[in-house]
Design a protein around this ligand. Structure first.
Ligand code: FMN
Length: 368
């Protein structure tokens, strides 16, 4: 399996939904960086279920155990490794599914790819639970970036037909981003939050699920980070974001909307300002030629509806080669988006830190 990420920092995610533990190792973090473990736990709590009635009633303690890589709370240059014990597993829920693949899940494709040796319990290594260790690594990266004035924040942008207001692509006030990070249900407009919450609860009441999107902004990143072609910020971010289960689309700046515009409507005019060279608009999403412009990075990530739904669905018995009806057991998120908000922040932070480390001197210079 290919569960690693990064060019300068090497992040490796391991474990299965129902194995003894899940975890992460991160090699290449800059040494001498203080990691506030309370802040890290608060970040992980934003992903854990139980904060809002729109999430699964499954309990996931998500208590990280840092094994190595820190001395007195400071990165020491050696790989950082962390575990989360799996405590709330009900494996009997899943035994029936070995023969009957769940629609929308990786059961069938994993069966073909790994010849039946894959761990089917709780989605195995494909589970959304594996985003917890991603958040450990990302939570550390967020702290390293914040120390250099680089803020990463995300919100629930839409669910079904209901939308929050988008980020201002020119930039958002620090207090607004802080409020998002402390919110149980992170939206920019509270009334939009109510409509979005209602949409999720309606789907849940019907034994169904609903898709939606997360919008993310990265502020304070200097111009000149990234490379063209496959080393570009878009390429690197997209690769990391598509590693999050249930992600089906990623767009930067005006994104797919740009393909309906004229050049005169889309190009961002350059300006000299008191802060230096800026653009008057930011339809590029802060990236030109794969390299940061100095404007905020702005991108949206589309999530499909949660595949496990309470309703009966059509599937097949792999052993008998016959059509069968399937009812998926277990406790599931009726919408993945609210819990995915910190996961998107984590993936973005790791990519941004990794890209800054292309020129370690730049990271050093900005250290405060
Ligand atoms: C934070 C998070 C939580 C998730 N929770 C669930 C869940 O409760 N039930 C479910 O069926 N899928 C859930 N998923 C999605 C599945 O893991 C995913 O759709 C599945 O493994 C198939 O992978 P794919 O959608 O990337 O193709 C979750 C994903 C994330 C990111």
């Amino acid at each position: 399996m290919a569960s690693y990420l990064g060019k300068n920092i090497h992040v490796s995610i391991f474990g299965q939904s129902h194995s003894q533990a899940i975890g992460v190792s991160v090699d290449g973090l800059p040494a001498g960086e203080r990691v506030d473990l309370d802040e890290l736990e608060r970040f992980l709590q934003r992903r854990a279920p139980g904060r809002d009635q729109t999430a699964t009633p499954r309990k996931e303690a998500d208590q990280p155990q840092i094994l190595c890589g820190l001395v007195d709370g400071v990165t020491c240059g050696a790989p950082l490794a962390a575990l989360i014990q799996n405590t709330n597993t009900r494996s009997q829920d899943y035994e029936l599914l070995r023969d009957v693949p769940r629609p929308g899940h990786a059961d069938y494709t994993a069966q073909v790819r790994y010849g039946g040796a894959q761990d089917v319990r709780g989605g195995g290594h494909f589970s959304g639970r594996l985003t917890a260790p991603l958040c450990i690594a990302g939570g550390v990266a967020l702290q390293i970036l914040a120390r250099r004035g680089i803020e990463v924040a995300a919100h629930i942008a839409w669910v079904g037909q209901e939308e929050d207001r988008p980020f201002d692509p020119i930039g958002e006030q620090a207090e607004i981003l802080d409020r998002l990070k402390r919110a149980d249900f992170p939206v920019l407009m509270p009334e939009a939050g109510e409509r979005i919450r209602k949409t999720i609860l309606e789907a849940k009441a019907l034994g169904d699920s609903v898709g939606g999107g997360v919008e993310c902004i990265v502020q304070g990143l200097p111009a000149g980070v990234g490379d063209p072609v496959f080393g570009g910020m878009e390429s690197r971010l997209a690769a990391a974001l598509f590693g999050i289960p249930a992600v089906k689309g990623v767009e930067f700046g005006a994104g797919f909307g740009a393909s309906h515009m004229r050049g005169s409507q889309h190009n961002d005019p350059f300006q000299m300002t008191a802060e230096g060279i800026r653009t008057a608009s930011n339809r590029a999403g802060g990236i030109l030629g794969g390299i940061t412009t100095g404007m905020p990075l702005v991108f949206r990530v589309a999530f499909k509806p949660t595949p496990s739904i309470a309703r009966e669905q059509d599937s097949i018995s792999l052993s008998r080669g016959q059509a069968v009806k399937l009812r998926v057991p277990g406790r599931h998120d009726p919408c993945i988006v609210p819990r995915a908000v910190p996961v998107v922040e984590a993936a973005a932070a790791l990519v941004v830190l990794d890209a800054l480390l292309d020129s370690p001197a730049r990271l050093e210079m900005k250290n405060v």
